[in-house]
Write a protein that binds this ligand. Structure first.
Ligand code: GFB
Length: 312
């Protein structure tokens, strides 16, 4: 990838897409192509075709997706499967047709089987049923991986797929439809501000997740775009697991909330564990840099700056 290559970041206003854009600019890539959702609806095949015909991107980061936390996945399964299948089908097929040199497809760690052995190696994919709260989203993401592999097999397309751990950071959604880390930052912050006596967490607090800071995720994607050319999917993780209870404790202290916490066990737990085995990408020379404590603080600072409030 040259500094003046035409690089399309699909989903550049999203969590990972916006971090990718920052990283590409920092590294002086000068020909970055973006379109807002309003300007280009990626579920609209003729529109995507016209866009690719006009811009002819040489490299594509497919970071556009309909995403959300466990609540959003449970509430909108039809939208999650439809929109994600449409987005990736249109982008992948147009990338082939308009001769994109390389495409990176971003997947998700929720596509591993619910009862997967831990840490999860890439070869464990497709070895069992995925967890029910995210099966619609997960099926779309599994199809995306198979589609990249099929296009490589039949047409020789250099389409690669990466599986990041639970990504968090600036640009996340801090409401009830968000992923757990951002949703809890929002909840604890609001509770502190309004002197609420208790914060309710969902589920049992026992599930464990691997949290990857968004700048590390973007850095890993760029690394793979430069160095990785295989049909095999590749994991992108930090190698540390944190339970939801531990996460809540960390967030509580980051936010400075003094009240109590309780659990609403009528809400789903989702996957019991989800730790990636990232030894394949480590062997290629990439490592995550940002610890959970540091990433949490950066995310909270960003959130407060967005709300124009002070943490002091
Ligand atoms: O990030 P999250 O919503 O989804 O985290 P997943 C869910 C875990 O955190 C569950 C608990 O165990 C929840 O019960 N939790 C506790 C909460 N309190 C809260 C809260 O206030 N909000 C939220 N959201 N969770 C997502 C998938 O799975 O991970 C997506 O739904 C995607 O499809 C993404 O793959 C990476 O981590 O379980």
């Amino acid at each position: 990838m040259k500094k003046n290559s035409r690089i399309y970041v699909a989903g550049h206003t999203g969590l990972i897409g916006s971090a990718l854009l920052r990283r590409l600019k920092e590294q002086s890539y000068s020909n970055i192509i973006t379109r807002t959702h309003k300007a280009l609806d990626l579920t609209n095949q003729p529109a995507v075709d016209r866009f690719f015909a006009k811009e002819k991107p040489e490299y594509v980061f497919l970071a556009a997706a309909r995403v959300g936390g466990i609540h959003a996945n449970k509430t909108y399964p039809a939208e999650f499967i439809y929109q994600n299948l449409m987005i990736q089908t249109n982008v992948l097929d147009c990338a082939l047709k308009h001769k994109t040199k390389k495409l990176l497809n971003l997947s998700s760690s929720c596509i591993y089987p619910k009862k997967c052995k831990q840490p999860m190696k890439e070869e464990y994919l497709f070895s069992g049923d995925i967890e029910e709260t995210n099966d619609a989203y997960g099926m779309a993401k599994l199809a995306g991986i198979k589609m990249c592999q099929a296009y490589r097999r039949q047409y020789g397309a250099n389409f690669i797929s990466a599986i990041p751990a639970n990504v968090y950071g600036p640009g996340d959604h801090f409401d009830e439809n968000g992923h757990v880390l951002a949703a809890l930052l929002g909840k604890f912050h609001t509770a502190r501000k309004s002197n609420k006596k208790s914060v309710t967490l969902w589920g049992t607090g026992k599930p464990k997740r691997e949290f990857l800071y968004v700048d590390d995720a973007a850095d890993g994607c760029l690394f793979l775009m430069k160095k990785y050319n295989s049909a095999e999917t590749i994991n992108l993780g930090i190698g540390r697991e944190t339970s939801i209870t531990q996460l809540a404790k960390l967030i509580r202290s980051t936010v400075g909330y003094k009240g109590s916490t309780s659990f609403d066990t009528s809400k789903p737990d989702g996957n019991p564990r989800r730790l990636l085995d990232s030894s394949r990408i480590h062997a290629l020379g990439w490592q995550a840099n940002v610890s959970l404590e540091d990433g949490l603080q950066r995310t909270y600072d960003w959130y407060c700056s967005q709300l124009a409030v002070t943490t002091k």
